[in-house]
Design a protein. Structure first.
Length: 300
């Protein structure tokens, strides 16, 4: 009988092999991963641990190679904000997995013996524990997102969390990876889900610059289209606020922003390859740098 290749998929196919790539991904070498392509059903934690430069890695490289190297040695701890975002992603994009991965933690008095025992039972479930406020917030954010006519249309069909491994044409020896939140092949759309305190156009434009969303846009667009062989018509950000009224907006960065993002990921990959070749992860400049105060500080 012909052996199937784990969860490697054609983006136009809904078939997933019975052999689970989660069992092998961390043992795969860079050459093997370069040939892997697009994978469905890969555990999110394993995706982040697998070889390959991610968008997050490249953003840190832009601060300095030393900061990138430190982030590999000392991974970031999960924060409450990150937990909220992950729970929302699962609730919206993979709702069938929500009860498998998350559990609502009732109010417990952990000062009492009974409270301590109940908390241990919940903790031993292996699920991520969310308080009732967080669970309610996730549900309200999801409802708000699904009321958006375009977002709900995009999410009607497609595939969540496809992991993409490969090389960009400009960097044929550098393994890069990305994991689009949602791919709608019929529309040719990649959708990324973001949470925000303020989802207004002005605020999200600033956030895009601060958090290098334009780098993400360019990298995901270029890598996914190259590996899949599919034309991507649009990369969109679905943004939902974390407090009432849980307002939602849908954005696409303009061509200038995307080209700037492309310049930034190229700069980061070049810095990574140079650091790797020299086995030296430099921090800030060794020279004396002349600083200028920001314009607002000079106003009398």
């Amino acid at each position: 009988m012909e052996e199937k290749l784990e969860n490697r998929v054609s983006v136009s196919s809904s078939d997933i092999s019975s052999t689970n790539i989660n069992d092998r991904i961390l043992d795969m070498t860079e050459p093997e991963l370069k040939e892997l392509g697009i994978v469905s059903g890969l555990d999110n934690d394993l995706y982040h641990k697998a070889y390959g430069l991610s968008c997050s890695n490249l953003k840190i490289m832009l601060r300095s190679p030393a900061h990138y190297h430190a982030s590999i040695l000392f991974p970031q701890k999960t924060t409450a904000e990150m937990q909220l975002g992950s729970a929302l992603h699962t609730a919206v994009l993979q709702p069938e997995l929500f009860d498998e991965e998350y559990m609502e933690l009732p109010k417990l008095d952990r000062r009492t013996k009974e409270g301590k025992e109940l908390y241990k039972q919940y903790s031993d479930s292996g699920k991520t524990l969310l308080d009732s406020v967080t669970v309610a917030t996730v549900q309200k954010m999801k409802e708000s997102l699904m009321q958006h006519p375009i977002i709900s249309t995009i999410l009607c069909t497609g595939r969540p969390e496809l992991s993409c491994f490969g090389c960009l044409p400009e960097f044929p020896h550098t393994l890069v990876k990305c994991r689009p939140d949602w791919y709608n092949e019929q529309l040719g759309v990649l959708l990324d889900l973001k949470t925000a305190c303020d989802a207004s156009p002005k605020a999200f434009a600033k956030a895009s610059a601060d958090y290098f969303y334009h780098l993400q846009h360019a990298l995901y667009l270029d890598l996914f289209s190259h590996i899949s062989g599919k034309r991507i018509q649009a990369f969109l950000f679905a943004v939902v606020e974390k407090e009432p009224p849980y307002a939602v907006a849908l954005y696409q960065l303009d061509d200038d922003a995307v080209e700037k993002g492309r310049d930034l990921y190229r700069k980061a990959i070049l810095a990574y390859n140079d650091s790797l070749d020299r086995n030296y992860w430099v921090g800030y400049s060794p020279r004396i740098e002349i600083l200028q105060l920001p314009a607002w500080a000079l106003v009398s």
